[in-house]
Design a protein around this ligand. Structure first.
Ligand SMILES: Nc1nc2c(c(=O)[nH]1)N[C@H]1C(S)=C(S)[C@@H](COP(=O)(O)O)O[C@H]1N2
Ligand SMILES: [Mo]
Length: 355
């Protein structure tokens, strides 16, 4: 079995820069929108965007179904639609802040966005094929193909049947009211709310019911929390509690350091958790924490927060931290993970206040 890439400390490599340019993040100022404009939604594309002809695309249902079938995009569009506003975050978000770090997309904190996804509940399609009682997992096969760690494969992920049957899991054909753009999975993708983004398979071409555990690369090898290279680890599933702040004031082009004017500075941001609703957001000035004001609670979508900072001239560090209703709270420092998964350490922003 091909081995993992060796960890890196220090400057980013040419490969990481190339991956970062292909897989761009959401500019943090877009946190001002609850619904991320489609062109600002972050992107994670492992291989190439596959060629896809919407008029001839068929989604196959195969394996442990009593009535295997295939369905065209047009037929799916004739079924009763559902639209959900969903916050999606890459499991690797924050990886680029760790040291040493795993050679992959070096997200700092921008691998998260929110979209309105329109499609049909997966459960309705599974019922149409009469899912066999022997089925244990549902595998979602993407059309994109390539190599990782020497293993050639289509991007594919699975869910346990009970997870796949949840009402909120969609087979989506539209994003923010328009047909899916190529980079977000046109013509069809899965959307699995509350889970890290890898579960939401793009360019969805086949749905396979199996009677065991899926052993595909992205399921069995990728997307596991590991402390050591020789352990199997725990699968990445629900998004950990996290929050971000709209960077205040104006940036320096190169360093991104912020400058704000003295006086009342409005701070704002958004918080999310896959496990439970957001219960609290705090913000800190040089490590002194206080409560932020929460906007109304949301379900599958991030929750807004705001605070007012009476800023006096000087240099400061701002931070923000969320807690969910299950009692999960963001750690002050990034949690260690060999692949840089699940980094929900608090965001810190350096600010200069001028008179
Ligand atoms: N077929 C396919 N689906 C995929 C991926 C991929 O590379 N291929 N990347 C996954 C990962 S890791 C993430 S974080 C989300 C990103 O979705 P977005 O690019 O629409 O934001 O798509 C997921 N679905
Ligand atoms: Mo991801």
């Amino acid at each position: 079995m091909a081995s993992r890439r060796a960890p890196i400390a220090g400057r980013y490599t040419a490969e990481e820069v190339a991956l970062a340019a292909r897989n761009r993040g959401m500019p943090l100022e877009a946190l001002r929108h609850e619904l991320t404009p489609a062109g600002l939604h972050y992107l994670l594309i492992h291989f190439d965007i596959p060629p896809a002809d919407a008029s001839s695309w068929r989604l196959q249902f195969k394996g442990f179904f009593d009535k295997p079938f295939s369905i065209s995009l047009e037929e799916i569009r004739r079924l009763a639609p559902t639209t959900l506003r969903v916050t999606m975050e890459c499991a690797g978000n924050g990886r680029g802040q760790l040291s040493p770090r795993y050679p992959s997309v070096p997200w700092l904190e921008e691998g998260v966005s929110t979209a309105d996804w329109t499609g049909v509940p997966l459960a309705a399609l599974l019922q149409q094929g009469s899912l066999s009682p022997l089925a244990k997992e549902i595998v979602f096969h993407g059309a994109d193909r390539g190599f990782d760690a020497g293993v050639e494969h289509h991007f594919a992920r699975s869910l346990a049947v009970a997870q796949a049957m949840r009402d909120e899991v969609l087979v989506a054909y539209a994003m923010n009211g328009a047909p899916l753009p190529p980079q977000h999975g046109a013509p069809l993708r899965l959307v699995v709310p509350r889970w890290y983004g890898m579960a939401s398979v793009k360019w969805l071409q086949a749905i396979e019911a199996i009677d065991g555990a899926f052993d595909g690369f992205q399921q069995a090898r990728g997307y596991h929390f590991r402390r050591r290279a020789d352990e199997k680890g725990e699968p990445c599933t629900l998004m950990r509690v996290n929050c971000l702040m709209v960077p205040p004031g104006i940036p320096d082009f190169y360093s991104r350091r912020r400058t704000v004017e003295a006086g009342k500075v409005a701070l704002a941001g958004r918080a999310w958790s896959g496990s439970a609703p957001i219960a609290r957001v705090q913000w800190a000035l040089d490590g002194v924490w206080r409560d932020a004001v929460l906007a109304p609670a949301r379900d599958l979508c991030w929750r807004g927060w705001s605070a007012e900072w009476p800023a006096t001239p000087g240099t400061y560090e701002l931070a923000c931290r969320a807690t969910d209703a299950a009692g999960n709270v963001q750690p002050l420092e990034a949690p260690w993970d060999l692949s840089g998964f699940g980094n929900n350490g608090v965001q810190r922003i350096q600010v200069t206040v001028r008179a």
